[in-house]
Design a binder for this molecule. Structure first.
Ligand SMILES: Cc1ncc(COP(=O)(O)O)c(C=O)c1O
Length: 491
């Protein structure tokens, strides 16, 4: 059986059920029955992968009809029966069948006033995604690979891609598939230093991935074996870096010592093109952390005596909204540019970065509702098992604002202009569902008020569980540049 990704058949209504397929051969008007189909991903849209028998010699042009309850999508594709080793290449045209379907508002305030939501809502700011993408595309001195783990929502991917991001750092087969489904010609680098054999094999043979990271000789062996000793590999060696100025350290789990990296580069260069990478830690607050890491990387390359094809400075670039003072990204890029120039790398060496948070972090304002107040504790309708995992685990103190709606048969009192520190408990019965903050809000914050938290685009929505029956992936689009910077009363 061949697996073909049909196209992105996107349906804004996630409740839709797939109830039928039709796969036909346009040229000969002869039908081929598809075997089955499945939905993939689904954070904001509905993507469909069709599995069907070998198309054989039936023709090159075929079309498929996918019917969803209430909608249908038709897409054309070219089939090359003899060329199925890399199915993604057969997807010649993506067809956007439906718009993302997000409800649009001109401000967060308008959304709250109109929907009065009883569940949390991500208010997406497409202009923030666009701005972040353009900053990297125009000012980073090399390729920017979006680390999709930070937010794999198709809405986010599509917006970044439209703004010029066409390189992706993927860390699992699921991420490989998602990007190939959406952007068949994008560049993918598999940057998880420990991969399963199955994932390496499928990434190479089915999805055309050529670039892999490793931090041990065993992983290099796995890559070489599972790609059947391919001659077109790039193996990037990841060096461990100390915490430095990162608010969120990524030490311990991945990366080798500089001495080990020298040996690994020598091993890798006998079987592949090579590169080096590191990660200075997420939300890195000082550009000098990149300078230190780049110098270390340069020493490793010089000692190994290899000519790298890639020098990858990783992710770690910071965002606003998490309650920290940050420097503009250009300050980071200037230091990276200068330090890399000093290494005098071969002209053919590509410079890469793997930004996750810096691309997706500012794209969402999360609106939550207060269910109860006990002293300085606000019991809200989202939490650490939901869309606030990173706030709880990293103890972020996000910038926030309070919105108050008129209550039934009551005069609405404007929220106090005096601010006080608050802590949050999430909706589940588990005590770890707790966000210590403190979050600065009007001192009279109370039941029924809405709180809008900034900087909620990265590592939040994608880590939520369904624990205790709570789950919300509700999302709307805010189309103006109105931000939640001050207290407001919705009338
Ligand atoms: C290999 C790799 N690259 C890039 C990133 C993205 O980092 P950030 O979101 O801090 O930019 C991560 C985050 O965990 C990572 O593990």
């Amino acid at each position: 059986m061949q697996q073909g990704v049909f196209s992105e058949a996107v349906c804004g209504n996630r409740a839709a059920e797939i109830f039928g397929f039709d796969l036909g051969c346009e040229a000969k008007r002869k039908r081929v029955a598809p075997v089955t189909g499945e939905r993939v991903c689904g954070a904001s849209g509905l993507y469909i992968r069709l599995l069907f028998d070998d198309v054989g010699p039936l023709g090159r042009e075929a079309f498929a009809r996918i019917r969803l309850t209430g909608h249908s999508a038709v897409g054309k594709r070219t089939m090359q029966p003899e060329g199925w080793t890399m199915p993604y290449k057969n997807v010649v045209r993506r067809q956007k069948a439906f718009a993302t379907g997000l409800q649009r508002f001109s401000s967060v305030e308008e959304m709250i006033g109109t929907l009065r939501p009883g569940h949390s809502v991500h208010c997406m700011h497409p202009e923030k995604l666009h701005e972040a993408a353009r900053t990297f595309v125009e000012h980073f001195p090399g390729h920017s690979l979006y680390a999709i783990k930070s937010n794999p929502d198709p809405y986010v991917l599509e917006t970044l891609h439209k703004a010029g991001i066409n390189h992706f750092d993927v860390a699992s087969l699921g991420e490989v598939r998602l990007i190939r489904t959406m952007f068949p010609r994008a560049h993918l680098a598999f940057m998880n230093p420990v991969k399963s054999r199955e994932a390496i094999r499928a990434a190479y043979f089915e999805y055309g991935v050529r670039d892999f990271v490793a931090d041990t000789a065993d992983e290099i062996d796995k890559i070489v074996e599972e790609t059947d000793r391919a001659q077109d590999l790039l193996i990037v060696v990841r060096i461990a870096m100390p915490k430095g100025s990162a608010a969120c350290a990524l030490t311990g789990k991945f990366g080798c010592t500089p001495d080990q990296a020298v040996e690994l580069l020598k091993i890798a260069s006998s079987v592949a093109k090579t590169g080096i990478s590191f990660h200075v830690g997420s939300q890195t607050l000082s550009p000098s952390s990149y300078a230190d890491a780049i110098r270390k990387g340069g020493e490793v390359i010089a000692r190994a005596g290899v000519k790298p094809k890639v020098f990858d400075v990783g992710g770690g670039f910071p965002v606003k909204g998490l309650g920290m003072e940050i420097l503009p990204l250009e300050a980071y890029f200037d230091i990276i540019r200068a330090e890399i120039a000093a290494l005098k790398l071969p002209k053919s060496c590509e410079i890469w970065a793997e930004p996750g948070r810096a691309l997706s972090g500012e794209c969402s304002t999360l609106v939550v509702k207060v269910n109860l107040r006990k002293g300085d504790l606000l019991y809200i309708n989202d939490g650490s098992f939901g869309n606030m995992f990173e706030i709880a685990s990293m103890n972020w103190k996000n910038d926030c604002a309070l919105y108050r709606l008129p209550r039934k048969n009551e005069e609405t009192a404007a929220p106090s202009s005096k601010l006080a520190p608050f802590r949050f408990y999430g909706p589940t019965c588990d005590s770890v569902d707790y966000m210590a903050g403190p979050f600065l809000l009007p001192e009279d914050a109370n039941e029924g008020d809405y709180i809008a938290l900034e900087g909620m685009g990265a590592y939040m929505a994608c880590s939520q569980s369904r624990f205790n029956g709570f789950f919300s992936d509700a999302k709307v689009e805010i189309v103006s540049t109105t931000r939640t910077t001050q207290l407001k009363v919705v009338k």
